[in-house]
Design a protein around this ligand. Sequence first.
Ligand SMILES: [Ca+2]
Ligand SMILES: [Ca+2]
Ligand SMILES: [Ca+2]
Ligand SMILES: [Ca+2]
Length: 491
Amino acid sequence: MLKKHIHFYQSCLLLVLLLLASQAWSATFNVSDVAGFQSALTTAQSNSENDTIIVADGIYDVSGGTLTFFSDDFEDYSITIEGSITGATIIDGGNAVRGLDVETVALNASVILRNLIIRNSSAGNGGGLHIATFGADIIIENCKFDSNIASFNGGGLYVFTNDGNISINRITARSNESGFNGGGIYIMSNGDIGDISITNSQFSNNTLNPGNSGGGLWLSSSNLATVVSVIGNSFTGNQAIAMNAIAGGVYVETMNDVNTIFTNNSVHGNTAQDGGGAYFYGNLMTIANNTISGNRALDDGGGIVFELQGGTNTLVNNIVWGNTSAAMGTDIRVRDGPGHALTYHHNIYSDMHISGGGTVTDEGNNSNVDPGFVNSSGPNPALWDVHLTANSPAIDAGANTAIPDGINFDRDGQTRIVDGNADNTATVDIGSDEYQPPPPVDENDDTPSTGGGGGGGCSLQQKSMFDPVLYFLLIIAGLYRFSRQSRWSQK
Ligand SMILES: [Ca+2]
Ligand SMILES: [Ca+2]
Ligand SMILES: [Ca+2]
Ligand SMILES: [Ca+2]
């Protein structure tokens, strides 16, 4: 009988070994209190496995000590930390400490965080969450950073990597504060490789105090010829108002021919000394199809400041309208120097101020008209609805050829390009919104799905489909590990 069992386990082990021959081992931890959470992190940081920590709904009060994951050169494996999809997994720093700190060194030690809320936390860099990798990727999805404070950079979140890719999707940074850069979020990549993408996220009411730059988001990449994408985000009500502070909503700084795509973003109701809405510093930037309105500069560039750093930059299909500044460039301020180039066309703006010795070329089709937003009458522009109304002059007024590659949707995830003025020609709208005309009343409703931010549950659903198999494999893997550890302990 016993022999039969052993034979069975040996067969299972062989099967599993064959199935997983080329894969690393992985473990899943289910945690539901702070002590268990930290215990799982401590185990996972040095167990030579890819790990997933599933964190149950609940408020995790970490005011007694920051949750930490610090792995070394030898832990060349990923860590995934996943809260509940219902949005009730909350890490609370009690206004005393940082919520969570994840740092890895090895090249494959990726960091993946999903479905976490981090609030009321404070630290020097990354008040809520601090993540650093050397060469491994960082993925943050569906997380919320609320009311965190950093005395230096990244009130809600601080992300640093040398050569990893950074992907941030569907996050919210609200009411965070930092003392220097990135009131909401700070992103820095300064190695040789690694793309950055920030998509479908919301930055609201973050501040710098006193601060330097980037009230909502501060992003810098000096990697070589990589891609930075900032797509489909909203920046509202953020501030950088201290003396010499810049970029109320968003600051993007890229060097070394980083190809920068800033598109489908809505930036309104932000305030700064320079660059009330946005501040761009780069040499290969495409700023396309954004709506930047109702921002305020206490000095230059109510909507945006564009500080050219050589190369070729493009400003196209944007609404930069209805901003205010006390000095130069109500909507747009361009600072440049010899050898620097900017071309612009198909924008709606009222005022642009250019200085320097570079080449700034008006390629036409720019206009100064009221873009006809759904609601831009309230005293607080952060609360405006900058979608287009049916008679907006921005509808079908853009340049189709200027849409960045791979962009076939608007800020809402709706189809772009759409024929918005019923002339049987589909032309892109100016700004972040593609107006979707109501379907004809006599036809069957075959309106395409609006997409938007709702697709995030997909990966979780797929995962649960495989859970029984995964569960079985984990049990068998556990048995194998047990035998492996027994062997090690005999050495
Ligand atoms: Ca591990
Ligand atoms: Ca259109
Ligand atoms: Ca049309
Ligand atoms: Ca739309």
